[in-house]
Write a protein that binds this ligand. Sequence first.
Ligand SMILES: [Fe+2]
Length: 303
Amino acid sequence: MFAPLNLTAYQSTFTPRNPEANVFANERHWDHWLCKYRESLETLVVDIETPAHLTTQERSAIQARLSSANMVVYRCGSSEAVNRNQIARLAEQFGLLNPTHNLFAAEDGLSEIEVKADGPSSQYIPYTNRALNWHTDGYYRSHKNPVRAMLLHCVRPAQNGGSLEAIDSRALYGLLKQKDHRFTEALRMPDVMWIPENQAHGANREASLGPVFFFENNCLQMRYTARKHNVVWKNTVLISEAKDALEEYLEDPSIRFRYQLQAGEGLLSANVPHRREPFFDSDARAGRLIYRGRYAQPISTEA
Ligand SMILES: [Fe+2]
């Protein structure tokens, strides 16, 4: 009898000669992948009953979405019954443990993203009702220590606005490569994007210099922010053109998932680039509240 192949161990030690294997290997493979990805954007919502204990069917439905689009929206049967401990248990079922600490995270590692009228967090856009432009979480970290997965769980939606938009990094990479392979080569260079240090409001963050796209164990990762301040791009014509092309694809609705999370729903993703539209809440009710978890582990898409 053969012992069953341990896929996790196999993948973690497998370093391909060509890191662009799989979806980007050849034109035919890429076209097929992109077509399936576009179709999958219509079916990214999965209903679940008990987040802390998914059924086999719920788990494989979520994994199928993660596999085709690197993201999924789960919708809990009863939003009132979902607490932050259950959100942590849900994440654990996809290999996501101990959210990475960040400036305003609570003790369990989840951050409560809501409008803060004062205090240090009010200085950061996530804690306002303003639009948040395209970014991957932790873009200011070194690519050697990235945020590989993230979760946004909606406790209360805004009265108006606050929709999320997200795009699988693989779609952006593949389209850029198809347009001009020098674009992806340029954005993979280790000195493309520099983020200066941030010592304000207790952030205590070192500067980081790194690529936009990089591969880890054959898995594409992305480090990106569309912001214009506190980011310095390497100054070459090719990088400037590649960046412009990337910005164009970020506006392509055919590869973009747009969704307004409702109470009890959450987005689980391999930290693909995303943005948030501005929102409005009246003073008469409690405002938009999202729990956010960021994880160093890659999200598991294995059944
Ligand atoms: Fe984010």
